[in-house]
Design a protein around this ligand. Structure first.
Ligand SMILES: *Cc1c(COP(=O)(O)O)cnc(C)c1O
Length: 218
């Protein structure tokens, strides 16, 4: 299947309220260009340097989403143009995004990453930490790194019930946050292997790489 055929599949497959982030990390410019020509405008990358190089070379109406773990000292390179940072997983990086937002005279939309998998390797705040952030009004401290929702990665597991339970937990947290007065709009959950479960559990943004661009060779 070609990239445009895959995108066509997702266009038909995804409910209208679900945004598709085409995860193009490690993929060459021609692949992104093909997706762009087909009409895709949201691309996800996990390395700031790679994303910035692609941003410089591709059309300027693309929305660039940083989906990876962010190193504080590199935030400045994406601050002028990034459309959404999914992986805000600690206060230090959140405050740096705010600082760079101020410097660039922008409000940078962010998602707080929540640790929902039972794997040590996935980053993020715990559900309790998110609730503390809300009750302590930390959201008001970084207005130029504006939190517009939550993101989570489920365990890399074939156990669908486990994945579903993890997504359900994140959805519950998302709803509680909004009941506590947050105006969160985006719930980013689901990738190539688990996006259907993500959507069934309330996701409105999926991050799909290999099912669009093919497997990655690192
Ligand atoms: C790589 C990556 C994806 C996409 O993974 P696929 O399995 O190729 O769809 C989604 N989210 C994050 C955070 C990633 O790092």
């Amino acid at each position: 299947m070609s990239i445009s055929e895959n995108l066509k599949f997702f266009k038909n497959e995804l409910p209208e309220k679900v945004s598709l982030v085409a995860v193009s990390k490690t993929k060459p410019l021609e692949n992104l260009q093909e997706a762009y020509t087909f009409g895709q405008r949201i691309f996800g990358e996990n390395k700031i340097q790679e994303m910035t190089e692609k941003w410089q070379l591709l059309p300027k109406d693309i929305e660039w989403h940083m989906i990876g773990h962010v190193q504080t000292n590199k935030v400045k390179y994406m601050a002028p143009y990034v459309s959404l940072i999914h992986g805000v997983d600690r206060l230090k990086v959140w405050s740096e995004i705010h600082k760079q937002g101020l410097k660039n005279d922008r409000i940078i939309p962010c998602l707080l990453q929540v640790h929902i998998a039972d794997e040590e390797t996935k980053f993020g705040f715990s559900a309790d930490e998110i609730k503390e952030i809300i009750t302590h009004n930390t959201l008001l401290e970084f207005p130029n790194a504006k939190v517009v929702g939550l993101m989570g990665m489920a365990s890399n597991s074939n156990d669908q019930d486990k994945v579903r339970a993890e997504f359900k937990g994140l959805r519950k947290l998302f709803d509680s946050a909004n009941e506590m007065g947050c105006n969160f709009e985006l719930l980013s959950m689901g990738m190539s292997g688990d996006y259907t479960i993500g959507i069934e559990e309330g996701s409105n943004m999926v991050r799909v790489g290999s099912k669009i661009f093919g497997n990655r060779n690192y």
